[in-house]
Write a protein that binds this ligand. Sequence first.
Ligand code: Z5A
Length: 203
Amino acid sequence: MTGTFISLEGVDGSGKSTQAVMLADALRDRGHDVVHVREPGGTPLGEAVREVVLGPDAMTPWAEAFLFAAARAQLVADVIAPAVEAGTWVVADRFLDSSLAYQGEARGLGIDRVAAVNAPGIGHFMPDLTVILDLPPGAAVDRRAGRGSVDRIEGEGEALQESVAEGYREVARLYPDRVHLVSADGTLDEVHARVMATVVGSL
Ligand code: Z5A
């Protein structure tokens, strides 16, 4: 018995954290056991890495990539792999594709090279389905407005977010069987309906 692993991705402010909660709740309403995780985080090591990697201290792009990969390896080992092996559904608010879009594309490290450094820590525990919430970064700015603190990566501004959006489009081109772009425009319920239609139609 194996569970189903779904990741939600998108630029900061695309609404993926909100949609991850709505998706997990909807799956529970359908009778599934669901584990909901976020990256970076979800383990004591992952939460400690989160403090460092989103904190104010400058770091090289490769240091950033390795920190995200380390947190991910621990999350897979401690949470995702046991859940999938027990037949539980996993809903992840970000996973490998965040590193491909942010570090691989936007930081210029190369999508293939970032995928390669993550591969040993992930093994075969890749998502069955990835939904990228597609929202022009300009629109995401409006959704982020009013939130209190800005982390180091968010603070780098719109040019980075534009590159991240391009990175996600490239990820969708590279992995069409797994990755689906879904418009994040509209109300929460409209976007949720699109996410559910994609989940039901793809699995
Ligand atoms: N990062 C990386 O570089 N590499 C990696 O491998 C990983 C991550 C794993 C994590 O930050 C940062 O790490 C992130 C990527 C990088 N940095 N950036 N930039 P985080 O975990 O603190 O935050 P986040 O994941 O970027 O996103 P977020 O702050 O949680 O935002 P969101 O998930 O995209 O959106 P949201 O919180 O669901 O919604 C944002 C606001 O919009 C909120 O007020 C909602 O109520 C509102 N909203 C949501 N949907 C709608 C709709 N449909 N209409 C109107 N308003 C809406």
